[in-house]
Design a protein around this ligand. Structure first.
Ligand code: PHE
Length: 532
């Protein structure tokens, strides 16, 4: 296929708004409502939020522009996109592959067999597949994330039903904890709800890009904001809520560690759906005349706004009721019902809250399923219905393993022993294993390679040519002229300006993003320790 040929039969979004809402739906998810408040709570509140905002603006936004551009240019899924743009031979990929093989040999030498073999296999694959591997890894990541994401989506359904039946009337956190532990470790209902969640994803994705995904997000994303605002108003009007607001907006840098900064960066990837090609896939359904830069800014801003709102929804209520902010992952499912139980009309607020959680998870789940579906439709030429149902069924089965593993690893004989024998470490469940593997490894690695590929292999020049369609100001107006609102003034309007949004973006993609991600990544795997 010629490099810049577009795929004429491909379905497209109805326009810029449809794309922005669908992509915002993908970005806004469990990451915002469940994960962000508790990591903020654990890392000291305001100061952490500030660092997170910097990570989103300086790393998240540039990579988001990259992904959408790659997608729209190739009009294909992530694997097809990289297959199309990978050059016949790439010095950089040989260098990276060679480096991994040498690392693998060194690790074997130090008797770290699991990691050693992993590095050797990965290095070999990089040599063989070159940049194609990045796209394939993205599809695999989508597959893995959805398998546990859907289990948590199922919990939200279960809790919404419990709330409706007034079964969440806890008087203290211990009782809430016990209910939660009993619930997640009872396989049958959890698998049932997980099945239902996957079914909802399959039905929406089955209907197609415009009729399914876009229509669903056009309803769900505005509803998300409305429900969120209602819950915030309720929380803020509780006596004592101001402590929660102060917690979110008063930066106390003494509570922020190097670890906290790195958590903020890897969370920026997860929450913006970056690093695995969700935005490449959604970008591939974008028309040539739409404004990529504008859309990326909107998606990033909406996701960030939603994360801050989630903190404003949760912390005032938590503080007003006298709970601890650093409650950890259980913050949502344990503290929130206990909080709601103490205010008038508690069950109503609780049902609303878990519906909010469910819709947020669903609008992200469909984007994960669409990545995998698009791969089978584009590359394997499967009819859409077969791709959706087939991959949905396999993801359901893998998610079932995650659900069972939270109850009892022994139900999956051999897997845990094999994992522990190869990689050592704590006896984490299969669920935690997949969560950890995808969010701490595969997404940052994917983001790193996407930035590196666009910056140094495909080239920022070609990328900017693609962005120019629909977004002239990006590359042709001086940044200061643009900011001053003088872009239509003839004396300011030459296209030969060196400082434009495009030059800024190019520098970020080539240098700032890869270095920042590399530091986070090395810290995550423990090869670089920045914590004093
Ligand atoms: N962004 C989603 C969230 O915040 C998760 C997600 C990650 C979705 C990667 C798609 C791809 O919950």
């Amino acid at each position: 296929m010629k490099e810049n040929s577009v795929n004429p039969g491909r379905e497209h979004w109805s326009g810029q708004l449809g794309f922005i809402l669908a992509a915002a739906g993908s970005a806004i998810g469990l990451g915002n409502i469940w994960r962000f408040p508790y990591i903020t709570g654990e890392n000291g509140g305001g100061a952490f939020i500030l660092v997170y905002l910097l990570c989103v603006a300086f790393v998240g936004l540039p990579v988001m522009i990259c992904e959408i551009t790659l997608g729209r240019h190739t009009q294909r899924n992530p694997a097809g996109c990289f297959a199309q743009l990978t050059p016949k031979s790439s010095v950089l990929s040989h260098f990276l592959g060679g480096g991994m093989i040498l690392t693998g040999i060194a690790l074997l030498f130090f008797h770290s067999f699991g990691w050693g073999i992993a590095a050797l296999v990965l290095g070999g694959l990089v040599f063989w597949q070159s940049w194609r591997l990045v796209g394939l890894m993205g599809v695999l990541t989508g597959f893995l994330i959805l398998s546990y994401y859907s289990v948590v989506g199922g919990w939200a359904i279960g809790y919404a039903i419990k709330a409706a039946g007034n079964h969440l009337a806890f008087t203290g956190v211990e009782q809430a904890q016990e209910t939660f532990d009993n619930f997640v470790s009872s396989p049958l209902p959890v698998i049932g709800f997980h099945f239902f969640f996957m079914l909802l994803c399959v039905v929406i994705v089955y209907k197609g890009v415009q009729k399914g995904i876009e229509t669903a997000c056009k309803v769900m994303v505005p509803l998300l904001f409305i429900i969120m605002l209602v819950l915030i108003l309720r929380g803020l009007t509780l006596p004592g809520a101001d402590a929660g607001v102060r917690f979110c907006f008063t930066p106390d840098f003494s509570k922020l560690s190097a670890q906290g900064v790195l958590i903020a960066l890897s969370h920026a990837f997860f929450t913006l759906s970056l690093g695995m090609g969700a935005m490449i896939t959604y970008g591939s359904y974008l028309g040539k005349n739409e404004n990529i830069f504008g859309a990326a800014v909107w998606i990033t801003a909406l996701d960030t706004l939603f994360a801050i709102l989630a903190c404003l929804m949760i912390f005032p209520a938590v503080f007003a009721m006298g709970f601890e902010a650093s409650e950890g992952p259980g913050l949502l499912f344990q503290v929130v019902p206990a909080v709601f139980n103490q205010i008038p009309l508690g069950p109503v607020w609780a049902v609303l809250f878990f519906l909010l959680l469910l819709m947020a998870a669903l609008s992200s789940g469909i984007s994960l399923l669409e990545v995998v579906t698009a791969y089978f439709v584009d590359e394997r030429k499967w009819p859409r219905h077969r791709a959706v149902i087939g991959t949905g069924a396999v993801i359901f089965l893998l998610g079932t393993l995650c659900a069972i593993s939270l109850n009892n690893w022994n139900a999956l004989p051999g897997i845990q022993e094999a994992v522990t024998a190869c990689f050592g470490g704590a006896r984490a469940s299969f669920f935690d294993l997949i969560d950890n593997l995808t969010s701490n490894w595969m997404l940052p690695l994917g983001g790193f390679f996407i930035a590196l590929f666009t910056g140094w292999v495909w080239g920022t020049r070609k990328a900017i040519e693609e962005i120019r369609h629909g977004s002239k100001n990006f590359a042709d107006v001086h940044l200061l002229t643009l900011m001053a609102g003088l872009k239509d003034d003839p004396s300011h309007n030459s296209s030969k300006h060196p400082l434009t949004l495009a030059t800024l973006w190019g520098i970020f993609i080539r240098f700032v993003c890869p270095v920042a991600i590399l530091i986070t990544f090395l810290h995550t795997i423990g090869w670089l320790n920045l914590t004093p």
